[in-house]
Design a protein around this ligand. Structure first.
Ligand code: GLN
Length: 543
């Protein structure tokens, strides 16, 4: 019996991992939302960590933070960027979270002495969380992490199989994303791995309604027909997702094939055609840049773009909106510690960004990058750790506090950045940070207030340390402007330098709230200033 008339789409992946299931889910949601359907998104992760907050970014990519302070999988970043959604703690859960809950229930005696088992207790908890994640939406898109065949994903697959029975199969669509690899020795694309993956799904009672074929090149109609035949899916329900040069094209490519229309047809949801002009405009600007600008990103995990996913995206959104082509130059902060290198490495960029980070390694190099940006009037943007280091650089070199430092790195010297009560580094890892959205008041007459066009903003945080108010007067007297404050906690949120084309640092992570069709104002203004520098350099060269 159908419990309600909400609709559900479950997306699984086969053959290999990293096929872009998150992006496919986000793209489908983007199209359905533009058809007027109230959607919500859920990521189910089969790993055993309770949340990704304690996982190394080098292992798992960025930790995405929601307004309500959940540390989540980076796919939630794709979901938010492609839709109008503000996701919450219920939008991502892991096997670890599910087991933790079931074990707590058991300890509290909630199972009345029964033997606690994967079926039904674990699967019931998964199903409960799927309902919870749906919230007010008419349609939930639930993505299952990992690959079909992984030992960890079995309870999730079993849970969605049962779920379809609970709510009525007519309300549920199973979409399976598979890789169609090109085998160069044979000179052709191969459908066999996809067939095997579907076979594996069918063995556990899941019959995909739609197959989405990922490939690095055009897929011949005959291959799609073969997949349809062998996987027992109508040929009208086999779609493709060919590699594109920008992820912003993915929803448009899906729409061209009638993918969103097919979904609404199969679910019996009748809607008008989606309005996709905003997506088309993004792609147009991306393909028609007026200039090229180079931004130096000075960090520790330099080679790992995935760990700065939202940052990278936010920069791209701003570049698209400014109609410039962005070249991000990832600079290893330790290379800058050799002072002679600073000029060589940084003289060539139009903007310098020091992103968030943890730990001391590379910080002196980052401080030299801040100094270079300040002295040479290169647009600068410091985020979280980047802002703290900008404050330290200013304290040391302008405010005369020569031993300025952060309590994250040392106990000695003038700790102008320090731990707040309850946020000591001795705390249990995970759960000791200022996390999620906090209000911030922007001060009249500052650049930042002009950039936001608003006095009251809300931004997301993920950090333990704060600017130490004991030093604030001295720093302000020396010329730093505190342009954003958290009035409730009396904390510095944004700083800027007045006699500089663009020198801004913020304690929060604005990158989490940028969208391709709605770039974040701080990134927009940073890239705009960098573009202005590029234009003036171009003019200089011409003279
Ligand atoms: N390590 C710094 C802190 O904990 C900055 C964190 C960050 O950049 N996200 O406050």
């Amino acid at each position: 019996m159908a419990k309600n008339n909400k609709k559900y789409i479950f997306i699984t992946g086969g053959v290999v991992s990293s096929l872009g299931k998150g992006l496919a889910s986000a793209s489908i949601a983007a199209l359905l939302e533009r058809r007027g359907i109230k959607v919500n998104l859920l990521k189910m992760d089969p790993y055993i960590n309770v949340d990704p907050g304690t996982m190394s970014p080098t292992q798992h990519g960025e930790v995405f933070v929601t307004d309500d302070g959940a540390e989540t999988d980076l796919d939630l970043g794709h979901y938010e960027r492609f839709t109008s959604l503000t996701l919450t703690k219920t939008s991502n859960f892991t096997t670890g979270r599910v087991y933790l809950q079931v074990i707590e229930n058991e300890r509290e005696g909630k199972y009345l002495g029964k033997t606690v088992q994967v079926v039904p207790h674990i699967t019931d908890e998964i199903k409960r969380r799927i309902h919870l994640a749906t919230q007010e939406a008419d349609l939930l898109l639930g993505e299952i992490g990992g690959t079909v065949g992984d030992i960890e994903s079995l309870p999730f697959l079993e849970a969605i199989r049962q779920f379809a029975g609970d709510v009525g199969k007519e309300n549920v669509l199973f979409i399976h994303l598979v890789l169609i690899p090109y085998i160069s020795a044979a000179g052709e694309l191969k459908s066999k791995p996809a067939q095997h993956s579907v076979k594996e799904l069918r063995e556990i009672g899941l019959y995909p309604d739609i197959i989405l074929c990922r490939s690095d090149r055009e897929i011949d109609k005959s291959i799609l027909e073969k997949i349809s035949l062998f996987c027992n899916v109508s040929k009208h329900n086999v779609f493709h997702s060919i590699d594109v040069d920008t992820i912003y094209k993915v929803p448009l490519e899906f729409h061209k094939q009638g993918f969103d229309e097919k979904i609404t047809e199969l679910l019996g949801m009748w809607t008008g055609r989606p309005s996709i002009q905003d997506l088309e405009k993004v792609v147009y600007n991306y393909e028609n840049p007026l200039r090229k600008i180079r931004i130096g990103i000075v960090g520790k995990y330099t080679e790992l773009i995935e760990s700065y996913k939202s940052l990278d995206e936010a920069m791209r959104h701003a570049a698209i909106a400014n109609q410039v082509k962005l070249q991000n130059i990832y600079i290893d902060a330790e290379d800058l510690e050799n002072k002679d290198e600073v000029e060589k490495i940084l003289s060539n960029v139009h903007g310098i960004l020091v992103p968030g980070g943890f730990g001391q390694r590379g910080t002196e190099g980052k401080i030299l990058a801040v100094k270079y940006a300040r002295e040479n009037k290169i647009p600068f943007f410091g985020i979280c750790l980047g802002m703290q280091l900008a404050m330290i650089e200013f304290a040391r070199n302008i405010a005369g506090i020569k031993d300025a430092n952060s309590e994250e790195f040392t106990q000695d010297g003038s700790l102008i950045v320090h731990y707040m009560k309850g946020q000591s580094k001795d705390g249990v890892k995970g759960g000791t940070m200022r996390l999620g959205a906090y209000n911030c008041h922007l001060v009249d007459g500052t650049n930042v207030k002009r950039i936001y066009g608003d006095a009251n903003i809300s931004e997301r945080h993920r950090h333990r340390l704060e600017v130490n108010n004991d030093y604030l007067n001295k720093l302000k007297e020396a010329g730093i402007v505190v342009s954003g404050i958290n009035k409730d906690l009396n904390l510095v949120e944004v700083i800027e330098l007045p006699d500089h084309p663009h020198f801004i640092g913020c304690q929060y992570h604005p990158e989490f709230k940028s969208k391709p069709f709605c770039p974040h104002p701080l990134f927009y203004s940073f890239i705009k200033s960098a573009d202005q520098l590029a234009v003036s350099k171009e003019n200089e060269e011409r003279l």
